[in-house]
Design a protein around this ligand. Structure first.
Ligand SMILES: Nc1ncnc2c1ncn2[C@@H]1O[C@H](COP(=O)(O)OP(=O)(O)OP(=O)(O)O)[C@@H](O)[C@H]1O
Length: 118
């Protein structure tokens, strides 16, 4: 198969559209973005190391990706099961649980990195 650069660019465009369709509409995503802005500012003010930035950025990526997966699952559930169903509810709750696990882990890592500076 030949590598199609234009198709690749289009795929990035669709991915970007997917992200934009969530920003400002998902309350949890907005919360994470605000928290990340605060952590980034704190990182600059406190002068965390390059290795610490690497870990912080990895945490940002994991939490945002988890939130996007969760939103995609929520929307898919709403599409296939607009009526209430216990399994539909469980699917949403499990996906939300996965985000919570990532967010709590990121928060603990943040405390481990930032507390020594304070
Ligand atoms: N189709 C469904 N069947 C059963 N339970 C559901 C369903 N959709 C949502 N739930 C339950 O409600 C919780 C909140 O879901 P969600 O955030 O999608 O809001 P909602 O109840 O669908 O209402 P809204 O979309 O108006 O906020 C889910 O975590 C789940 O426990």
């Amino acid at each position: 198969m030949r590598y199609d650069f234009k198709k690749q660019l289009r795929s990035f465009g669709y991915a970007w559209q997917g992200i934009r369709s969530c920003v400002g509409k998902e309350q949890n995503l907005s919360f994470h973005l605000i928290a990340m802005t605060a952590v980034t500012l704190a990182g600059f003010v406190l002068g965390i190391t390059r290795t610490e930035w690497t870990v912080v950025i990895l945490c940002f990526g994991v939490v945002i990706a988890a939130e996007l997966f969760n939103t995609a699952i929520e929307r898919l559930v709403d599409l296939v099961s607009p009526e209430r169903h216990p399994i539909a509810g469980q699917v949403k709750d499990i996906a939300a649980g996965a985000v919570l696990v990532c967010a709590v882990a990121a928060a603990i890592i943040g405390l481990i990195i930032f507390i020594p500076y304070l």
